[in-house]
Design a protein around this ligand. Structure first.
Ligand code: IFM
Length: 475
């Protein structure tokens, strides 16, 4: 097998999943309901009426899944903890059975020689907290810190990297502005309050974890940073449209978390929506907790321009054609269809923008190592007559994006690892089980797991620490 690129020594290779997307067992082991249970059980919210009730049944099959992780040769596994499984109402009593589940998983990973990388919030908020306002309520951030502190006590230094939040952009804007994610609200002011309270939750939880486990504890957050290009780079209007998207999508998280401030024009740009009175004195200092590593998720890029008012405003940014835009206060920005190829999500395949993003963030924060905490692609995989899944398009996608990561490393960016999304086919949120991201296929009838060609390819990469030729077919 020819190799085209070698990664730095010690580069961490892993795969990622999230609790609601794989666990199932939603009413077992003392778990309480989450906003995603409510949302997925609401008719019309999720494609084909799919829910996470069973998902991959990882709750019962976790040991088998750890076996796959070990056999793939992965160094690390990024999973998320379901808050309502360990603290059903989001405050008060913790659930020993739920805690034991994660404790056993972590022990199983360590016994398999795999580093556990834990995320505390991957969108499954306890429903009881949503009933009290969810992320629009400041109290949720305080309760999140209590939950984080307890998990730090329970799992302690067995966790290699503690990640506070996954993609707060989605939780805030898709959950509270466009409503294509739980809790399905369409209120721009609520979304901006959610942005701030998620930021606050990150800072408070990070501090709580460090207070339990010490200053050397590896702390991170995962952001889905957006790469948006202007339709016409010489148009001041288009450049301003991109600036606003950048502030809402990237800077609204990066700046408070890494510099203790909000972007200068964000408040002015959204003044018609909210007065930001939910930001209290001292919040920004709390949010700005020192991080050990920044998690970056990347899938595709966007092209935007200022809407000229002619025809229907286009919203082809891959975040659903919802009735409301996730881009609060930027209703006059339209997202244009991107040239192909596209994945089954309709997202364009643009590895060059991945390098661009990493070089930009790495250049701005040279002392903060980056970790690719998600990258991957959904395709309509087919099981061949030989029983194998020759997912050539996914291998090609991974090859190109890993080459893009390598190019960023060559340019001097400190990238420490890569987690493929996802280990398993799973519940892809409002697309249900229709979109498959796994390198391991899950038959949603039998729940049988089968390695796709991409799993074999990725395993070879991990073993050699170098990019195998993408044209290999596995038999
Ligand atoms: O499945 C999601 C994941 O939960 C968060 N990041 C993007 C993935 C693909 O949409």
């Amino acid at each position: 097998m020819t190799s085209t690129r070698t990664f730095p020594d010690g580069f961490l290779w892993g795969s990622a999943t999230a609790s609601y997307q794989i666990e199932g067992a939603v009413a077992e082991g003392g778990r309480g309901p989450s906003i995603w249970d409510t949302y997925s059980h609401t008719p019309g919210r999720v494609l084909n009426g799919d829910t996470g009730d069973v998902a991959d049944d990882h709750y019962h099959r976790w040991a088998q899944d750890v076996g796959h992780i070990k056999n793939l040769g992965l160094h690390a596994y990024r999973f998320s903890i379901s808050w309502p499984r360990v603290q059903p109402g989001g405050s008060g009593e913790f659930n020993p059975e739920g805690i034991r589940f994660y404790s056993d998983l972590v022990d199983g990973l360590i016994a398999a020689g795999v580093q556990p990388v834990a995320t505390l919030y991957h969108w499954d908020l306890p429903q009881e907290l949503e009933d009290e306002g969810g992320w629009t309520n400041r109290e949720t951030a305080l309760k999140f810190a209590d939950y984080a502190e307890r998990m730090a006590h329970e799992l302690g230094d067995r966790i290699s990297v503690w990640t506070t939040l996954n993609e707060p952009w989605c939780a805030a804007y898709l959950g509270y502005a466009s409503g294509v994610h739980a809790p399905g609200r369409t209120d721009g002011a609520a979304a901006l309050a959610a942005v701030h309270h998620l930021n606050l939750a990150h800072g408070l939880a990070g501090r709580a974890i460090r207070s339990v486990l010490g200053a050397d504890t590896k702390l991170s957050v995962t952001l889905n940073l957006h790469v948006t290009h202007p339709d016409d780079p010489s148009s001041p209007d288009d450049l301003d449209a991109v600036r606003r998207i950048d502030e809402l999508g990237n800077e609204a998280f990066l700046l408070p978390m890494l510099e203790g401030r909000y972007p200068s024009q964000l408040m002015a740009d959204t003044a018609a929506v909210t007065d930001w009175a939910f930001v209290q004195d001292g919040d920004l200092e709390l949010i700005n907790v020192p991080l050990s590593v920044l998690g970056v998720n990347y899938y595709s890029s966007s092209r935007a321009r200022k809407y000229d008012g002619v025809g229907e405003r286009q919203q082809a940014d891959g975040h659903g054609n919802a009735t409301a835009s996730p881009w609060v206060g930027a209703d006059d920005v339209e997202f244009l269809p991107q040239p192909g190829p596209h994945t089954a999500m309709g997202w364009n395949i643009d590895p060059a923008s991945f390098t661009e993003l990493l070089v930009k963030v790495g250049g701005r924060y040279p002392d903060l190592p980056l970790m690719i905490t998600e990258n991957g692609a959904a395709f309509y995989d087919e099981v061949s007559a030989d029983g194998r899944i020759h997912d050539v398009a996914r291998v090609d996608y991974l090859y190109r994006h890993l080459d893009a990561v390598g190019a960023a490393i060559d340019a001097g960016v400190d990238v420490r690892g890569y987690f493929v999304w996802s280990l398993l086919d799973n519940f892809e949120w409002s697309f249900g089980y229709d979109r498959r991201f796994g390198i391991i296929r899950v038959d949603f009838g039998t729940l049988e797991r089968t390695w796709k060609d991409s799993a074999h390819w990725y395993s070879a990469l991990v073993t050699t620490n170098s990019l195998p030729n993408r044209a290999v077919t596995y038999r």
